[in-house]
Write a protein that binds this ligand. Structure first.
Ligand SMILES: Cc1cc2nc3c(=O)[nH]c(=O)nc-3n(C[C@H](O)[C@H](O)[C@H](O)COP(=O)(O)OP(=O)(O)OC[C@H]3O[C@@H](n4cnc5c(N)ncnc54)[C@H](O)[C@@H]3O)c2cc1C
Length: 282
């Protein structure tokens, strides 16, 4: 029997990382900053995800929320919504505790090639801000390489907004337009109320030069895509991140398949033109 090649075994082998900092963002979501063990670097791109393992509980895919630096990174940031076994265990971690990390996996947003030189429109629904934050901060770190940058954000209520301090800093910038909306406001809320789609016709888009990056709950995509088409945007210029139930993360188990597409390998980021005709993708 021949021994497996290292690149065939490594994809299944979690590597240790230590929790450096954690903070509650909302009633259900927590922020985490981890660091890989000394000597190990993650080389990731915006839009990719990690398989995070908690011994005794299991493993689940979580998007990387930090922006990569120019070289490799030991540190990385996550935001985790508490929904079940693994995510509940992650919420119980304290600084100094350790997790296992596989990845990074998946196709990223093409921030380095297809997007440079263009106006960018980020459309983030709820937890969709988590992977898009990686791309937004990547772009802000290289601001001169891109045209106009617009970020549309939707949350259920003001209390569900993530990264409020960072949003405030974005709001103060004169090289980024941030428009926010919530489904249900409270008396403190001073911005829009209603679905995120309603923000799109208010923008002055140059559809030929704009590239849209979208991530949010499944229900959001159909309406947002219809609105972008109405604004004259081509399916060739729209990138979206799809979430499906995943297990292995590396295109072996088939759990995340959509009619022959492996969301974990060919996605989670897809160009809309490539999946518009795939049944059940959107
Ligand atoms: C590419 C990718 C990136 C992701 N990024 C993030 C992230 O940044 N932050 C984050 O909090 N979550 C993210 N998720 C979702 C996360 O993986 C699930 O919430 C997690 O697997 C739940 O594990 P659990 O053991 O805690 O819950 P389980 O006990 O497995 O499930 C609890 C409940 O959640 C439901 N559920 C589990 N997984 C999914 C899913 N993928 N879609 C819809 N419902 C699900 C189950 O049906 C059940 O009702 C991502 C998923 C994918 C595929």
């Amino acid at each position: 029997m021949t021994a497996p090649r290292p690149d065939e075994t490594d994809i299944y082998l979690p590597r240790p990382a230590t929790l450096i900092e954690t903070e509650s963002l909302t009633a259900h979501e927590r922020f985490f900053r981890f660091e890989m063990d000394a000597g190990v670097e993650l080389s990731y791109r915006p839009g990719q995800f990690l398989e995070i393992s908690m011994p005794g509980f299991g493993e689940c895919p979580i998007s990387i929320s930090s922006a990569p630096s120019a070289g490799g990174d030991r540190g990385f940031e996550l935001v985790v919504r508490r929904v079940g076994n693994v995510t509940r265990a992650l919420h119980g971690l304290e600084p100094g505790d350790r997790i296992g990390v596989r990845g990074p996996f998946g196709a990223p947003f093409p921030v380095e090639d297809a997007l440079t030189g263009h106006d960018l429109l980020f459309i983030c629904g709820g937890l969709g801000l988590v992977p898009l934050r990686s791309a937004i901060n990547y772009v802000l770190n290289r601001r001169d390489d891109y045209g106009e940058v617009t970020v549309l954000l939707g949350a259920r209520t003001p209390a569900d907004r993530l990264f409020t301090r960072e949003l405030y800093a974005w709001k103060l910038r004169d090289d980024l337009v941030l428009e926010e909306t919530v489904d249900a406001a409270d008396p403190s809320w001073g911005a829009h109320v209603g679905v995120i789609t309603k923000l799109i016709p208010r923008l002055k888009l140059a559809p030929e030069n704009t590239r849209a990056l979208i991530c949010g709950p499944p229900i959001m995509y159909r309406f947002v895509l219809k609105e972008l088409e109405k604004q004259g945007m081509s399916a060739e210029h729209i990138y979206l991140s799809l979430e499906r139930r995943m297990k292995c993360g590396v295109g072996k188990c088939g759990h995340c398949q959509i009619n022959g597409l492996y969301t974990c390998r060919q996605g989670p980021v897809f160009k809309y033109a490539d999946i518009a005709a795939v049944r059940e993708a959107i």
